[in-house]
Design a protein around this ligand. Structure first.
Ligand code: SF4
Length: 396
């Protein structure tokens, strides 16, 4: 196993914060702007990268393995944006034959010229924010595209050579929205994307959705519907040959997101742009959330870091469990003390987990309980460690 302290950083995330307007439910670091300042965005990233290089904590690899441009709405930045990105990072860093370079796009701003120039620049994985194929649902969400725009964006992407396509869909919508989830998933399947990300709608603080819930205009989906939609989708996608490799992610074999896998394997990564996170075990840090504050900081030659944390051994244990259990890699039962193994055996009996070779991984049922199961297992491990320490001290 590579030493995470020494490993050069081959995984990079860039945040493009601009959107034409904010969706009803969104709490991401978004700057509303119909025509974003592409040049300023590129030069801010460039300045930040120079500052990071001078600092020396996140030495970039000569060639990156994955690059992910997310947002926001990166497609709003237009055709030349990825050429700019390439210049910032240096073309040599993006020269690996098996580089996975993902860019997010929304259907309404993914035009022919954008598709062509991005593909020429080297983007080879496209993630489309589709969310639904039902016009009233898209209107309720505050999205700017219609169902046909999403289908056209998929067709355009394929014509321009994007073979690796992810579609994002939201499930667990309030009953008032009258959304037909099964119809939506079938519409997505009919396009046969290589990858699907299914996210349950959550009511985030300070969003219009939260206000609507507070004013009793909307009621969040109950646990039962959330569960029914998730389990049905997981089964349907498995039957269509998709691997459910992480709680929210499904891929045809060989099309799993290598970028996200790097996060889940605790590999070091560098995030550039406002609100971006960077990680090198055991340190995680995050940038200023606001675009103007971020831009000002890098303009003044300061690293735009807002905060950082260092994982204590206990936090690192929890993080490892959480990351292992959220993917189908699962965790190695043999490394756990007997109380931990006993707990896993109970999960298996209840259908929440299953054996996977010598490892134990959660089932779709188990993933519905992910957070509480991780906390439960962590508690058991903590108590075992305490007992072991006390035993050790008593024996001396
Ligand atoms: S397009 Fe995405 S990032 Fe932009 S406001 Fe909507 S959900 Fe948020």
């Amino acid at each position: 196993m590579r030493d995470r302290q020494e490993e050069s950083v081959a995984v990079v995330y860039l945040h493009a914060p601009f959107c034409v307007r904010r969706c009803f439910y969104c709490d991401f670091a978004v700057t509303v702007s119909p025509s974003p300042p592409v040049g300023s965005w590129i030069s801010a990233l460039d300045r930040e990268l120079r500052l990071v290089e001078d600092e020396g904590l996140f030495g970039l690899a000569r060639e990156l393995e994955t690059l992910y441009v997310g947002g926001g709405t990166p497609s709003l930045l237009g055709p030349a944006a990825m050429d700019g990105v390439k210049e910032v990072l240096g073309p040599g860093r993006l020269a690996r034959e098996d580089l996975e370079w993902t860019a997010e796009a929304n259907p309404e701003s993914f035009h022919r010229e954008v598709a062509r120039r991005w593909r020429q620049a080297g983007v080879n994985r496209l993630s489309l924010g589709v969310q639904s194929f039902q016009a009233p649902v898209l209107r309720w969400m505050g999205r700017l595209h219609g169902p046909d725009d999403a289908r056209e964006a998929v067709a355009l992407a394929r014509r321009e050579g994007f073979a690796n396509l992810n579609l994002d869909l939201l499930f667990g919508l309030p009953a008032e929205v009258d959304r037909e989830w099964r119809k939506d998933l079938e519409a997505a399947l009919a396009l046969r994307p290589t990858h699907l990300s299914l996210y349950g709608l959550t009511v985030e603080p300070r969003t219009p959705l939260e206000r609507a819930v507070r004013d009793r205009k909307v009621s969040p989906a109950g646990d039962e519907r959330y569960r029914e939609e998730f389990l049905w989708a997981a089964e349907r996608l498995r039957a269509e040959g998709y691997r459910h490799y992480e709680v929210s992610n499904f891929a045809l074999p060989g099309f799993e997101s290598r970028h996200n896998l790097a996060y889940w394997q605790l590999r070091p990564y560098l995030g550039l742009g406002n609100s971006a996170h960077s990680f090198r075990f055991p340190m995680r840090r995050w940038n200023l959330r606001d675009w103007s504050a971020y831009q000002k900081a890098v303009g003044e030659g300061k690293l735009p870091v807002e905060g950082e944390e260092r994982l204590s051994p206990a936090q690192a244990r929890l993080e490892r469990l959480w990351l292992g259990l959220r993917t189908d890699a699962g965790i190695s039962s043999g490394e756990l003390p007997s109380a931990g193994r006993g707990l896993l055996a109970g999960w298996i009996r209840k259908g929440w987990a299953e054996w996977w070779g010598s490892r134990v991984r959660l089932t779709a049922e188990g993933w519905l309980l992910l957070d509480s199961l991780v906390v439960e297992l962590d508690g058991v491990l903590e108590r075992s460690e305490l007992q072991r320490d006390r035993g050790g001290k008593g024996g001396r």
